[in-house]
Design a protein around this ligand. Sequence first.
Ligand code: PMP
Length: 345
Amino acid sequence: MAESANPSSVGWTTSSPDMTAAIGHTPLIRLRRASEATGCEILAKAEFMNPGGSVKDRAALAIIDDAERRGVLAPGGVVVEGTAGNTGIGLTLVANARGYRSVIVMPETQSQEKIDFLRMIGADLRLVPAKPFRDPGNYVHVSRRLAEEIGGVWANQFDNLANREGHRAGTGPEIWAQTDGRIDAFTCACGTGGTLAGVALGLEDCARAAGQARPQIVLADPEGSGLYGWVKADDLSITGSSITEGIGQSRVPGNLDGIAIDDAERIPDPEALDLIYDLLIHEGLSIGGSSGINVAAAIRVARRMGPGHRIVTILSDGGSRYQSKLFNPTFLRERNLPVPAWLDR
Ligand code: PMP
């Protein structure tokens, strides 16, 4: 056998890390047109590059690591979760790597692409009708009961603070390092709030250690969610609706508890969609609906702060996860949403 085939000579050994080493450490991309239009630097974390294709790989790993540390998850164990899809994908991949099974409960309204992907990677998928949180049939409650029934670990991403702690230890310090600590504001939308809260805490830790003021934290919200009103006026009431997935809330999840949020932006779908198509065709970035909301919010924050500021946001997942919705002329037309020219031939 050739010398170079010896594992130690090519830099890997039998103790090489598993797939979880590929989670996080994502590039921070400059959004050229948004930056030029505002005179600010608008930067976005490329979370679609995670192995499961979304920011939720980070939460999945943090939750499983935490369960292992607490001794509640051992090989052969089962992880159960209610999810809009991305957390289920992350949990299933990490579970596969670590020798666990995953049972994933998801509202049937979520994109076919996420459903297909979950089945492809071996999740035990349970689709349920979409119900409000107050209804016992809501996917979160179904997943909790299922975890109890089968004696599995309920990941409980909304209220399990391991979620935000993962972002506090990873995403936040990564952003700090990638900006050399020069960051004026961070904004993103919330599903569990783990990303917003964890990045806020992580940046605050880094700023304190550097003797600097912390950046502004701005919550981005789609229509049909109560969080904008909660930040602005302590009022969770809801108006409108959105085709985005994985973001928006009718309650305040535990992960947002105690977080200093300075402001909020509510973004209508057409504003987000315009940016999604613009970034795709002019900057080669294929992103999903929540990322469009995030970029729209970053632009609004930049306009409010004025030129010369640096704003960071999150590209949560990729456009291919929503091909049948955001990039489907029939779907868009049925909802009176704009159809981009190149999809309309
Ligand atoms: N964007 C997408 C596409 C998501 O799936 C999620 C999580 N459901 C989020 C954003 C929100 O992230 P978080 O749960 O950390 O608030």
